[in-house]
Design a protein around this ligand. Structure first.
Ligand code: FES
Length: 104
């Protein structure tokens, strides 16, 4: 499946992501600045914060309770479409997913 990120400099990058990969791993593998993934995806760092593009927010759904609490600790402003990208896992229903990298 394909994922597009809007980057901090306003550009975009699109990459193929294998099903089962989470969006933090995909961002790190593709050198997306601003998505760090310090905790390795175990939901304890909030450095993988992204905004889901408005037209994708229904498909990804919102955060679970613990993720929701962690989103209060992000460096960049929290928005309605904020997610921790390690908690979004690629599957074919998300083909074309568009994520926006926050700017602190
Ligand atoms: Fe640490 Fe997502 S990688 S919370």
């Amino acid at each position: 499946m394909k994922v597009t990120w809007t980057l901090q400099d306003g550009g975009t990058r699109t990459a193929d992501v294998a099903p089962g990969t989470n969006m933090m791993e995909a961002a790190v593998a593709n050198g997306i600045n601003g998505v760090v993934g310090e905790c390795g995806g175990c939901l304890s760092c909030a450095t993988c914060h992204v905004y889901v593009a408005d037209d994708w927010a229904d498909k990804t759904g919102g955060p679970e309770d613990f993720e929701d609490a962690m989103l209060d600790a992000t460096e960049a402003e929290r928005k309605a479409t904020s997610r921790l990208s390690c908690q979004i896992v690629a599957d074919d229903s998300l083909d074309g997913l568009h994520l926006i990298v926050p700017t602190p």
